[in-house]
Each structure stands twice: as C-alpha cells, then as structure tokens.
Design a binder for this molecule. Sequence first.
Ligand SMILES: *Cc1c(COP(=O)(O)O)cnc(C)c1O
Length: 380
Amino acid sequence: MTRIYLSAPDVTDLERSLLLEAFDSGWISTVGPALDVFEAELAARAGTAGAVAVASGTAGLHLALLALGVGPGDEVITSSFTFVATANAIVQCGATPVFVDSDAESWNMSSVLLAEALGDAARRGVRPAAVLVVDLYGQCADYARIAPLCEEHGVPLVEDAAEALGASAHGRPAGSFGRVGVFSFNGNKIVTTSGGGAVVSNDLELLDRVRHLANQAREPVLHYEHREPGFNYRLSNLAAAVGVGQLQRLDNMSARRRQINNRYQAELCGTDVQPMPVPEWSSWNGWLTSLVFDEDQTAERVRQVLEAEDIESRPLWKPMHLQPVFAQHRVFANGVSRQLFETGQCLPSSSGLSDEEVSRVIDGVQRALAATGESGQVAS
Ligand SMILES: *Cc1c(COP(=O)(O)O)cnc(C)c1O
C-alpha cells in the first residue's frame, strides 16, 4: 500500500502535453503564450479585469500589499487563523500585523471582531493600511459583512484566496472581493503549477504596478533603468502551461474533493464529530476536509492511528496570535481559532484519491474514535 497524503498534486496527460508543448515552443523562461493564457483564464475564473502570475502566493501577497502602498510603520489587520505566509507578507513590507480571530459560522475572520479592531485603531488615531482577509480551507469569508466595514473606515480590502480558487460566496467568485486578491499554486493547493501564485484585480493600474515590481521594477527602456528597488517574482511559462491544464480540470477536481468530503461527513460525523460548517451563502471548493472532535485528545489519537497506517493527517492551522513569533502583537480573540486548533484534524482530501483509499482513511478514523469511546454514528 502506498502512503496517502493530505493534499497531493493531481496531474494528468493533459498537463504533461501542455508542459511539453511549451517546452518545445522554446518559451521556457518568464515570458510566453502559456503565461498569457493562464493569466486571462485566471482573471475569468476570479471575475476580475486582469491577473498577474507570480512565483508564489506569498510573493503575490507581498506585491499586492506593496502596490496598495503598505510600508514600514503601517498596521495591517489580518486573520489570525491562517497559514503563516499571510502574516509574513505583511512583515516583509515592514508593516505590523494586527490579528483578528474567526467566527464559528465560517471559521474565517469574525466581522464582529474586525469592527472592534477598526474601532480600536481609530481610537488610537491609526488608519490601518489594509485589511487582509483569508479564505480558509477553500471557503470564502463573510464579505457581505466585512467589505462594508472596510469601506466605512476607508481601508482597502485584500483577499488571501490562496486556498480558495473556484470557491464563491453570495454568487461571487473567490478572489474578487477586495481591491486585490491573491491565489497560490503551491503543490498542496487545489490547482498547482509546481509552485506559483497570482494577483487578481479590477484595477489594471494596480496590476501594472504589481507586474513592474515583480520584474525588478525595470523601466520600459532598453538600458535597464530603475527608479526604485524591485523583486524577481515572475512565474515561468513552463509552470504556467501546467496551470492552464489544471484550470481546465478545476471544476472536476473540486467536485471530487467535495465528494470525498461528503463521504467523510456521512461515515464519520455525528454529535461528537463535526465538519467545517458551510453557510448557505458559501460555495466552497472542497480543498481540505477538517473535522473537529469534542474532546481535546481525539484529534491527536486520530493522527497517530492514521500515521501507523501510513496516512498523513494534520492539525488545523495554529493561529498566528498563538505563535511565538507574533506573541507581542495586538490581537482581537474570542477563542474560536484556538479551540479549532486544539480539537481539529485535517484529513486526506486529494482529488486523486481512489474510493478504496478514502475507505482506508475512514476505517482508521473509526478505529481511533472507537478506542477513545466517542464515535459519532460509528458505535450505533
Ligand atoms: C499556501 C498559502 C499561502 C502562500 O502560498 P505559497 O504559494 O505557498 O507562497 C498564503 N496564504 C494561505 C492562506 C495559504 O494557504
């Protein structure tokens, strides 16, 4: 039996032939037709006027914030419940993250606590340079509440949709909710280019600025003129070719991930085991199934039983306000993300998993639950 991974790349002959086609075309560096197609199709997916492909999601976040003018001394309000890349991008700008906890309804940024954080900043005479909201595990945050708050305080909204390509909320696609949105195509994401990212926006001037900064801030003249420091954050045409194929398969991959999630829910969930809630306004992309157990020790026992079967599982993201590196930062917490971190476990969710492999995972979790004496539907 082979090891079952949490979220493995799912690539086929389609991506292989597009990659070889790009290779044979001679466009093997950071310009080329596959990049143009990839950017156009990403913009279509996100429902935005344009897209700029970059080297990683983190690079995309860094440039999105820089393009909004975020710099040293600024504060950026962001989700605490996330992968560290979100907060690192803020620090890379020389700015300071202020963390906001999650709501129980979507696991994403609480609009109630965001209102508190914005009010607190106003009382201190600070206008945050941006609000950077994460769409966790492939589900959008509640932008119907979050966006008006940002508008009211005159603070630009940035969407970290790294995990959420293909998701939507209130009928609008992930990536389209802020002044600017960012995707990741890292190997564990729903769509991968082996590594990569993109910045999307309706503001084409802002996207020009992102492209400029991603290309060493090189002026459009032959003799290498530079007026400011820049970055080498471009994506290769070869990587983009893989992405073009992945985008064609996105809907199928997303459907398969949600199908796997449905099986986990049907066969594992009950009063003691809960899935991530999906509010009626949300259509998630199925990226990663996370279950929450009603006792602290269960998640770790599930992990151990699965590991003994050569199955990878992981705790949910450890919130940023509990990380040593950000221990001194301002936080608006309500205990939700801490509780999720302490009691939750992510299960293998790759779209390439076979039904038999999903059964292996379910089997392992059921045995772990039986051993702890708590068991959802299992014992009945
Ligand atoms: C993966 C991820 C990123 C960073 O993307 P990379 O392509 O790995 O740099 C940023 N934010 C979130 C929420 C992510 O999951």
